[in-house]
Design a protein around this ligand. Structure first.
Ligand code: FAD
Ligand code: FES
Length: 256
């Protein structure tokens, strides 16, 4: 898939919860094809120590408006700078990068999209794509507390929504893998993105139930295009760059 280096304009920047930013970026030109699971690499301007671009999943695409959205959790200098961008500011991005989730599955399939923290970002775009293919996705989203469960209205508009919080402030108490829905049902396909221990637990659940499962890895990246080898994952096919062979992997490809 062709990659582009393009300047976007910030059309909107909202704070869905403290520490998170939902940024809408608009292009002067029409957007190229993008698939759920792919990411963008953002140049961080105006800070002294952030030389490398930062990778963020494509959260939502509005092709008619030539716009895409990023959901950003502030964890350090780069994400803080990007989250502070104001409407009208320019953003230099390379996109679309990496591969995508499998979406070519039977229309009546029962699919689970589960994630935590900023890992929920690619699941909205994925859910919308599946919905267009006649599948009603089940979202199972987890966070430490209600403040970490963001964009619930957007997910609820696309599919069934279940959630967990570690402190019980919203949904069922505990981790996503402890939610009662996993006891009641077997899913035809499972997708997950979030903290690595969470994805490993989801992968273990998928293996127990015999469900195909794809995970989106968030290994630390620098170039985003397969040149620096800093994002390598030791897979069953050998060492692979997560930025080009992934970020989406079937669990059968992974050693966990
Ligand atoms: C494919 C992919 C998709 C991602 N999608 C999202 C998303 O949609 N929303 C979101 O909030 N975050 C996402 N991330 C994580 C995001 O890239 C990092 O949080 C961000 O780069 C941190 O930069 P920083 O300068 O704020 O933090 P830093 O001060 O550089 O580091 C803070 C912490 O962030 C992690 N980190 C730093 N640089 C990177 C990097 N280049 N790649 C991965 N992790 C890093 C490190 O673990 C470090 O401990 C994604 C990461 C990857 C690889
Ligand atoms: S980030 Fe450079 S090879 Fe993947």
């Amino acid at each position: 898939m062709t990659k582009y280096n393009r300047i976007f304009r910030v059309a909107d920047n909202r704070r869905p919860s403290p520490g998170y930013s939902l940024i809408r970026l608009q292009s002067d030109e029409s957007l190229p094809p993008m698939v759920p699971g792919q990411f963008v690499s953002v140049r961080v301007d105006g800070v002294q120590h952030t030389f490398l671009r930062r990778p963020f999943s494509i959260h939502n695409v509005d092709a008619d408006d030539r716009a895409l959205e990023l959901l950003i959790q502030v964890v350090g200098e780069g994400s803080a700078r990007i989250a502070a961008l104001q409407p009208g500011d320019s953003v230099d991005m390379i996109f679309p990068l990496g591969n995508g989730f499998t979406t070519d599955i039977a229309p009546a399939s029962e699919v689970l999209l589960t994630g935590g923290g900023a890992g929920i970002a690619p699941l909205l775009f994925l859910g919308k794509e599946l919905r267009q293919r006649g599948i009603v996705p089940t979202f199972l989203l987890g966070g430490r507390s209600a403040a970490n469960l963001i964009r619930m209205d957007a997910f609820e508009a696309v599919g069934r929504l279940c959630c967990t919080t570690e402190d019980g402030s919203m949904g069922e108490r505990g981790f996503v893998t402890q939610h009662s829905i996993l006891q009641d049902r077997r899913f035809d396909f499972i997708y997950t993105c979030g903290p690595r221990p969470m994805m490993a637990a989801v992968a273990a659940y998928a293996r127990r139930t015999g469900s195909p499962c794809e995970v989106s890895l968030e290994n630390t990246m620098a170039c985003g295009i397969g040149a620096c080898l800093c994002c390598v994952e030791d897979t069953r096919q050998g060492h692979q760059c997560v930025c080009t062979a992934g970020p989406v992997f079937n669990i059968e490809q992974l050693k966990w």
